[in-house]
Design a protein around this ligand. Structure first.
Ligand code: AMP
Ligand code: MG
Length: 346
């Protein structure tokens, strides 16, 4: 299969209308969103949806998110719209918030992996919305990477993983948020299954108390059932080890400096994910600045790109933990998963 690349900015009309046609005809199109690039198929066509799992090598017990272009489209996908969902949709759609609720009969089992609930979101990206409108159907889309790899935040990342496996990539430049959407379940008490750009604090301002699944910051205990099937699968892993140091900035930096030295003596090639606040500690060592600890959204925006780009020819990436409030929760969720929850001892 040949993968066509279209620049969404210069060829918008052409690209999204062609992409819409490919999707309606059962093909696969990767497209930009404000979070990461998605890999889309007709969300009402089980056979088309199966091609996503094949192209990604994604375990087929891991359900997909349906993407819509207008809020009212959710009516056909859920049994009904609960009041909390309505308030969240008004506050945060279009935007990086996915809402899980009881599915209607038109949603194929291939999308939900046989669950009786379905995840829906309206992305905040012009190209994504134009593509969904052109397709005329909800688009089922996970991140457009090979399963287990860091999610793609540029069209180049998508091609690295998907060239020859899908019909088309719409290039909309780098993604603004850089980590996947927040996933909240409204079946039972409101509960965050995956943190993202819409934070717990923001959600609570609209609907009151929101729980956070323990699996967000901890490995799933052996034999435990995942609330969200994605929790049990390997995720975001670059081609090298990732090790995380927790604690105050200076404490974390000291741990990293110590372990970097040991690894280097063992002949390993290392790089440190530093922050604006800690770069001074790492003079003479190989480091990149990921962002600003006081603005965790900057760390989120750069994490996946750095995991891909900096892992080439490197054995170990050392990274600092940050506080888990606001966007820090999404950052630590992705970082700890990329590290397989390997945290360095003090
Ligand atoms: P991705 O497609 O890579 O953005 O991942 C979507 C995430 O949402 C995965 O972690 C899925 O397991 C989760 N998800 C999607 N649909 C459901 C659902 N109906 N119930 C629970 N989790 C879901
Ligand atoms: Mg993914």
């Amino acid at each position: 299969m040949q993968t066509q690349l279209f620049c969404a900015k210069t060829q918008k009309e052409n690209g999204t209308s062609l992409g819409g046609r490919i999707i309606r005809n059962g093909g696969l199109v990767a497209f930009p969103t404000e979070t990461v690039y998605g890999l889309g198929a007709n969300g009402l066509d089980g056979e088309a949806v199966n091609k996503i799992f094949e192209a990604k090598g994604r375990p087929n017990d891991n359900p997909l998110i349906l993407h819509i272009a207008k809020k009212s489209d959710v009516k056909q996908l859920w049994k009904h719209i609960p009041d909390e969902a309505r308030r969240l949709m008004d506050a945060f759609w279009p935007g990086p918030l996915t809402i899980i609720y009881l599915k209607s009969d038109i949603v194929p089992d291939e999308v939900t992996a046989g669950l009786d609930t379905v995840a829906v979101r309206m992305p905040d990206n012009k190209t994504a919305l134009a593509l969904i409108r052109a397709a005329g159907v909800p688009i089922a889309a996970p991140s457009a990477n090979l399963s287990g790899k860091p999610s793609p935040t540029t069209a180049e990342h998508v091609l690295e993983d998907m060239d020859g496996r899908i019909d088309m990539v719409l290039d909309g430049g780098p993604c603004r948020v850089g980590v996947e959407s927040t996933v909240i379940s409204l079946v039972g008490k409101p509960r965050i299954l995956r943190p993202g750009g819409i934070t717990k604090e923001m959600l609570e301002q609209v609907i009151g108390t929101v729980e956070v699944s323990a699996a967000v910051l901890n490995p799933l205990p052996e034999g435990a059932k995942a609330e969200s099937p994605g929790m049990k699968h390997k995720h975001y892993s670059p081609d090298c080890d990732v090790l995380v140091a927790l604690g105050e900035p200076k404490t974390a930096a000291n741990i990293i400096i110590r372990e970097y030295g040991i690894a280097e003596n063992d002949g390993k090639s290392c790089i440190i994910f530093a922050t604006e606040q800690t770069k001074g500690y790492y003079r003479g060592k190989k480091y990149v600045i990921i962002g600003d600890r006081d603005q965790p959204e900057t760390l989120c925006a750069n994490l996946f790109d750095a995991l891909r780009e900096e892992s080439h020819g490197v054995d170990i990436i050392f990274a600092e933990g940050i506080p888990t409030d606001h966007e820090g929760l999404a950052y630590m969720n992705r970082l700890l998963r990329a590290a397989g929850f390997t945290v360095l001892d003090k």
